[in-house]
Design a protein around this ligand. Sequence first.
Ligand SMILES: NC(=O)c1ccc[n+]([C@@H]2O[C@H](COP(=O)([O-])OP(=O)(O)OC[C@H]3O[C@@H](n4cnc5c(N)ncnc54)[C@H](OP(=O)(O)O)[C@@H]3O)[C@@H](O)[C@H]2O)c1
Length: 298
Amino acid sequence: MTRVWLAGARGMLGHALARELERRGVACVSTDRELDIADEAQVLAFARRERPSLMINAAAYTQVDLAETEREAAFRVNGLGAGVISRAALEIGAALAHVSTDYVFGGEGTTPYSETAATAPRGVYAQSKLEGEELVLETARAGGRPYVVRTSWLFGLHGANFVKTMVNLMRDRDEVRVVSDQHGRPTFTEDLAEALLALLGLGGETATEPGVYHFANAGETSWHGFAVAIREACLAQGLTLRAERVVAVTTAEFPRPAPRPAYSVLDTARIEAALGKPPRPWRTALEEYLRREFANRG
Ligand SMILES: NC(=O)c1ccc[n+]([C@@H]2O[C@H](COP(=O)([O-])OP(=O)(O)OC[C@H]3O[C@@H](n4cnc5c(N)ncnc54)[C@H](OP(=O)(O)O)[C@@H]3O)[C@@H](O)[C@H]2O)c1
């Protein structure tokens, strides 16, 4: 019988995965901080005891800016931890889905990045995530079944994210200022969770070929374009906002500790072909998220 080990279950994506697994009636054992994914002895002991047939790693160090000064902590979880989890999966013969990021790309591109496009991570977080990818994929050479799924600009219930931050700022301020020279694809955690489980063959689908996949909601925008859409969707749903303007600024005007790619639009053709359907547009997913997150809260 299928039994899943979900690591990082209390994170933003972890919550969506746990819900989706429950909805599909899949047996699941969930862990988070209490089982440190970088602790090889603990991870191996747990894997040998629980014997899941599938593993999903949604645990990560995700503080992009803080990582610049916490290099060791970021690499410990995103590099070492990913390697430990994937070797445990290999040992017990479980397929592993590991989540990675659009930030592994440098951002100089002008057309969507395919899975085989050259990586050029620019900050510590991005570098640590790429190291994790490499360690996970190494297990394929030893007979493992690793899936590395890169995604971008996540928003979801349970956790801080750009949409929630924007809604709160727009409630407090007359105007918000948002960078317009970084482009990507917003992604709803619920849609990513569904795609991850489908890739693994849960819920009737046939398991797809292991390897690297990109998943993001359809359509691309800038953070500014995303913020404008958030304001419009909130107003359409009757939420009260104070902000009357979303002002476009440049990255140079808005310095942050970690560099971000100017263009990190993911090409999702491979997963679309594998799953037989395109992801829904990010605006539709955003509207659903807002309804669920802010319903009845004015
Ligand atoms: N958020 C985005 O916009 C975005 C974009 C692209 C890709 N991703 C990737 O998507 C995945 C999920 O992201 P997310 O936003 O859901 O992250 P998240 O909300 O930060 O969740 C990560 C979870 O992992 C836990 N964790 C941290 N270190 C751990 C360790 N050593 N052992 C076990 N658990 C540990 C965290 O606990 P604490 O909260 O206590 O640290 C948290 O519950 C990550 O791989 C991330 O790199 C995210």
